[in-house]
Design a protein around this ligand. Structure first.
Ligand SMILES: [Zn+2]
Length: 504
C-alpha cells in the first residue's frame, strides 16, 4: 500500500548523462521519490502527461549576473531568476560585481537578502581580490559558496588581484576545498592595447577584440593554473573563448590540477562575422573571436576539456548596448533564458546528443560546485529540479518577450527548434506550459546548506603564508625585532634575519 505523493510525471523520456529511457518520475515534497515503470508509481495528487517530451535535470548555470543590489535598471534577482526559470535553469551561481561588490560580510548579507525573491536555487560567488583576501573564510562561513577572481577587468572595473594575493588566497581556499571562478584575461596587456587603440582613434566594434587578443587569455590561464597547481586550490575558468589556450587545459587536467572550464553559446555559435553587423551589442569579455575558434570549442566540450555550458548572463539596458563608440558600450548581454533553446537546436542539428547536453548543463556544474548528487540528476533522493522539453517545438527568439529587464539580445530573430516547456524547482513549478508561475517568486533557496565539496587536498603547505608566518619550533623566543619590521606579516620576531637577533 503506497502513500499518496504530490506529483507523478508520466510518458516522458528521461535523460541522464549516459542514457535515455522511458520512465515515470514520482515527486513528493522537494524530492524525487521514484523513477521507473508507470505501473509501479505510487498514487499522486497530480499527474502530468509528458508523452512526447524529454525529462532532464534542470540546467545549472555557473555564471550569471543579476546586478542586484546596485543596478536595478539592468536586472534584479526577481527578473533574472524569472529568466532562468523560463530558460529551464533551476540553479544559478551569481557573480559579485554588483554594487556594493560582494566582498564584505555586509555586502554578502545584502546579496543574500536580494536573492530571497529568486524563483530558482542559487549559489553566491563572493569577490576574491586584494581587498578581500584576508576574509575569504569569513565570507564562506557567512554564506558564500565559492569565489570569483576578476584577473581580467570587466563591468564594474574591480581591480584585478595581484599575483601575491592570488597565491595567498589560493592557499587559504585550497585548505577549505572550495572552487574559485577565474575571469582569465591579462589586464595589463588589455589596458595597454586599449590605450593604443584609442590613441589611434579606433572606435569600431572590432577594436574591442584587438584590445583583448587570445594571448591575454593564454597568459592568464597559464598563470592561474600554476598557482592552483602549487597550492592545490580548485579553479574554474569562466567563459573560455579561445581555441589557442585549450592546450593549457589539456596539460593541467593530465597533471591532476582540479580545474573545471565553462564556455558559453556565444563563443561556439557567434564570431566576428556577426560582430560586424551587431556591433556593440556583442561587446562582451572575453571578446567574440574569429570564426576559427567556434569549432574547436565544440570539440573541447565533446572531449571533456571544457566541462560545461554557462551563459555569462550579463544584462544592460538597450541604450547602454547600442552606442556608436564601441568603448562606450557596456560589456555583456543576457543569456540565461536562451541557452537551452539554442543548445537544443544544435542537438537537433546533430552536433551533440541530449546526453552530452545533460552532462554539460547539469551534471558537470553540480559536481564542480559540490551540489551533486542532490542536484544535477534524475534519481530517487535527488531534488526534484526538473525540466521538460519539447524537441520539436519551433520558435524565434524574441527579445521583447524575454523575462530579463535587458530585452536586447544578439539572438533576437534566431530560429530555435527545441524548447523547455515546464520547469520544476524542488518539486514546485516555476514555469508551466511555457509561462512563468509568478507566485513562485521567492521559492528559490541558497544551495549553501547542501554544498559538500570533495575533501580538500592542499599542497606545499609548509611554504604557505600562514606557515612562514609561524615561529619555528626550535627558535629562541627572546630575540628582538629590527626597527620597523614589527608590523609586517612576519610579526613573529624569531623568524627574522639572524642579524636581527644579534645585537642591541
Ligand atoms: Zn561574467
Amino acid at each position: 500500500m503506497n502513500a499518496v505523493v504530490d506529483l507523478v510525471i508520466r510518458g516522458a523520456q528521461v535523460v541522464s548523462g549516459s542514457a535515455i529511457y522511458n520512465a515515470a518520475v514520482a515527486v513528493n515534497g522537494e524530492r524525487i521519490v521514484a523513477v521507473g515503470e508507470e505501473a509501479l508509481m505510487p498514487p499522486a495528487r497530480q499527474t502530468v502527461d509528458a508523452t512526447g517530451l524529454y525529462l532532464l535535470p534542470g540546467a545549472i548555470d555557473s555564471h550569471v549576473h543579476f546586478r542586484d543590489p546596485g543596478y536595478p535598471r539592468k536586472e534584479t534577482w526577481k527578473t533574472g531568476s524569472a529568466a532562468a526559470a523560463c530558460g529551464g535553469v533551476t540553479t544559478v551561481f551569481e557573480m559579485p560585481n554588483t554594487n556594493p561588490p560582494t566582498g564584505t560580510i555586509e555586502a554578502l548579507r545584502m546579496k543574500l537578502d536580494a536573492a530571497r525573491s529568486s524563483y530558482v536555487d542559487y549559489g553566491i560567488h563572493a569577490l576574491f581580490d586584494d581587498s578581500t583576501v584576508d576574509r575569504l573564510e569569513e565570507l564562506l562561513d557567512a554564506g558564500a559558496t565559492s569565489f570569483k577572481a576578476f584577473v581580467g577587468n570587466t563591468f564594474g572595473n574591480l581591480p584585478a588581484p595581484t599575483d601575491g594575493a592570488l597565491l595567498e588566497g589560493f592557499e587559504t581556499l585550497a585548505a577549505r576545498g572550495v572552487r574559485t571562478v577565474v575571469h582569465a584575461e591579462n589586464s595589463s596587456i588589455m589596458a595597454r592595447r586599449e590605450m593604443r587603440l584609442k590613441a589611434f582613434g579606433r572606435t569600431d566594434p572590432l577594436a574591442h577584440l584587438a584590445a583583448r587578443p587570445a594571448v591575454a587569455e593564454i597568459e592568464a590561464i597559464g598563470r592561474v593554473i600554476t598557482l592552483a597547481e602549487w597550492t592545490g586550490a580548485r579553479i574554474h575558468i569562466a567563459h573560455h573563448s579561445s581555441a589557442d589556450s585549450l592546450f593549457l587545459i589539456r596539460d593541467a587536467k593530465r597533471r591532476g590540477v582540479d580545474i573545471t572550464v565553462e564556455t558559453c553559446p556565444q563563443y561556439m555559435l557567434i564570431n566576428t562575422d556577426h560582430m560586424k553587423k551587431l556591433g556593440g551589442l556583442l561587446r562582451v569579455n572575453p571578446p567574440i573571436r574569429e570564426p576559427r575558434h567556434n569549432e574547436p570549442l565544440w570539440h573541447a566540450l565533446k572531449e571533456g576539456l571544457i566541462d560545461m555550458i554557462a551563459t555569462d548572463h550579463a544584462p544592460h539596458t538597450p541604450e547602454e548596448k547600442t552606442r556608436e563608440d564601441i568603448w562606450a558600450c557596456d560589456c555583456g548581454f543576457p543569456g540565461v533564458e536562451t541557452q537551452m533553446p539554442l543548445m537544443l537546436t544544435e542537438v537537433n542539428r546533430g552536433r551533440a546528443t541530449l546526453m552530452d547536453y545533460v552532462r554539460w548543463s547539469a551534471e558537470a556544474p553540480a559536481r564542480a560546485w559540490g551540489i551533486w548528487p542532490l542536484k544535477g540528476r534524475i534519481a530517487p533522493g535527488a531534488h526534484a529540479d526538473i525540466v521538460l522539453i519539447d524537441m520539436n517545438r519551433r520558435g524565434r527568439v524574441n527579445q521583447g518577450r524575454l523575462q530579463s529587464i535587458s530585452r536586447i539580445s544578439p539572438w533576437h530573430g534566431r530560429t530555435v527548434v527545441g524548447m523547455p516547456l515546464h520547469t520544476i524547482v524542488r518539486g514546485r513549478f516555476v514555469m508551466r506550459d511555457g509561462e512563468l508561475v509568478s507566485d513562485a517568486a521567492g521559492w528559490g533557496a541558497s544551495v549553501k546548506p547542501i554544498q559538500q565539496m570533495p575533501p580538500a587536498i592542499p599542497r606545499n603547505t609548509d611554504t604557505t603564508t600562514r606557515a612562514i608566518a609561524t615561529r619555528p619550533a626550535d627558535a629562541p623566543a627572546s630575540s628582538r625585532p629590527v626597527d620597523g619590521v614589527q608590523d609586517t606579516l612576519w610579526a613573529d620576531e624569531s623568524y627574522l634575519h639572524p642579524l636581527a637577533k644579534s645585537g642591541h
